[in-house]
Design a protein around this ligand. Structure first.
Ligand code: GLA
Length: 400
């Protein structure tokens, strides 16, 4: 972590004081990286995310008027949101996420309070690390806290998912918001997206995850993501006509997909094959992790990339080149694109032995592939989104 990041609570607070002239309360939510299980969440499947120590920060203090003044440090811009009648642009503006969260909380008849808010994000946007879900969750926690409303973390995740799906228009699953709101410090989670319950899983000391940005800012039109969702739904309709008992792609086996192939459009067939095989890979990855079999986990991670590239078609040439290159680097156990794809980051699983050497070599090789040194991050698992308590010290810095 850079020293400026280590001082973040202090700098966010002092920026807030300089702008709004009051002492704020401070909240943060982590990013997440998904070890394996991509595009399975909205198919009632399994996912394997880990919350990581890159954060969205929200400083907040209440005000009398029934509106929010929200300042984004990243965009150096102020937006106003009416807490009783939230209205946004829905045109891809950063403030749409703030408006969406307010609208989603309002839709539950929660009475929010006016406030001054400063947001600062340290997560690369459009990188597949869930910067938007992280912002939603930290923002929701802050709004609920100043309004004195106590809601359990799982419920906050569901409200934020609804914000993104119903109000931003990206019909996402539950993985991002849930892992950000409910992670246990230092652990990955096996999340069952049907029951929306999870099991914390320790990461083995024998492997580490390195995230590398492809330099392609995700060209994820919400429409491309939503189209994949429709293709899965289309597959489901046809599969249900053959097997009325199935409720989601989660309930389908690979032999069934093969049997139904003549019924399905070729593209829809491949989309379904990805989801069904990916859910199977998550199960195997969980077993591999429990057995400390990190080589096996690496093989599954790379297989996931091939399926996302060939069957689900959400990768891009830069990510494919990065992954191929990573897999030729000694010490790399597996690699794949991460998150919704169409650009953003790759994750590589590295053996812990000679970690420094492997990281250096992989970054050098990736620099050659991309023609410039990429943004990268060696994953530290984080706890869930929370309020940050700290006291400024006389000599600078802060104490928890
Ligand atoms: C985005 C969505 C998630 C999930 C992933 C793909 O991050 O927000 O719900 O579908 O893409 O696995």
């Amino acid at each position: 972590m850079s020293s400026s990041m280590a001082r973040r609570p202090e700098s966010v607070t002092s920026d807030f004081v300089a702008r709004f002239g009051a002492q704020p309360r401070l909240f943060r939510a982590p990013a997440r990286v998904n070890i394996i299980g991509e595009y399975t969440d909205f198919n009632d499947g399994l996912v394997f995310p880990v919350a990581i120590a890159l954060y969205s920060w929200v400083a907040i203090s209440p005000r009398q008027e029934r509106c929010l003044r929200v300042y984004s440090s990243n965009f150096d811009e102020m937006a106003q949101v009416d807490v009783d009648h939230p209205a946004g642009t829905q045109g891809g503006h950063w403030s749409d996420y703030a408006v969406a969260v307010v609208a989603s909380l309002r839709a539950q008849e929660l009475r929010l309070q006016g406030a001054d808010v400063l947001i600062q994000g340290d997560i690369p946007m459009g990188g597949g690390l869930s910067s938007s879900a992280s912002l939603e969750v930290s923002f929701a926690l802050a709004l609920l806290a100043v309004a004195g409303i106590d809601i359990e973390a799982r419920q906050v995740a569901l409200l934020c998912q609804r914000a993104e799906s119903d109000f931003v228009g990206m019909r996402c699953g539950i993985m991002d918001q849930y892992s950000i709101a409910c992670s246990e410090a230092g652990m990955a989670m096996l999340l069952d997206c049907r029951s929306i319950t999870h099991q914390s899983v320790a990461l083995p000391p024998t492997a580490r995850i390195l995230v590398i940005h492809s330099g392609v800012n995700r060209r994820l039109q919400h429409s491309a993501y939503n189209r994949r969702r429709e293709e899965c739904a289309e597959g489901m309709r046809l599969l249900q006509s053959r097997w009325p008992g199935i409720r989601a792609l989660r309930d389908v086996s690979l032999p069934q997909i093969e049997e139904a192939k003549p019924l399905l459009d070729h593209e829809v067939y491949r989309r379904c094959r990805h989801v069904v095989s990916e859910i199977q890979r998550v199960r195997l990855a969980y077993q591999a992790l429990r057995n400390g079999a990190v080589n096996e986990l690496g093989t599954l991670i790379t297989a996931s990339h091939h399926s996302l590239r060939d069957d689900f078609e959400v990768s891009c040439p830069e990510l494919d080149d990065l992954v191929e290159n990573a897999n030729r680097c000694p010490g790399v156990l597996g690699a794949r694109m991460v998150g919704a794809g169409f650009g953003g980051c790759m994750l590589a699983l590295l053996a812990s032995v000679e970690l420094e050497r492997t990281v250096r070599e992989l970054i050098d090789r990736s620099t050659t592939v991309l023609g410039k040194r990429p943004w990268h991050y060696l994953v530290e698992a984080s706890g869930a989104a929370c309020e940050v308590q700290f006291k400024p010290c006389a000599q600078g810095g802060y104490q928890r």
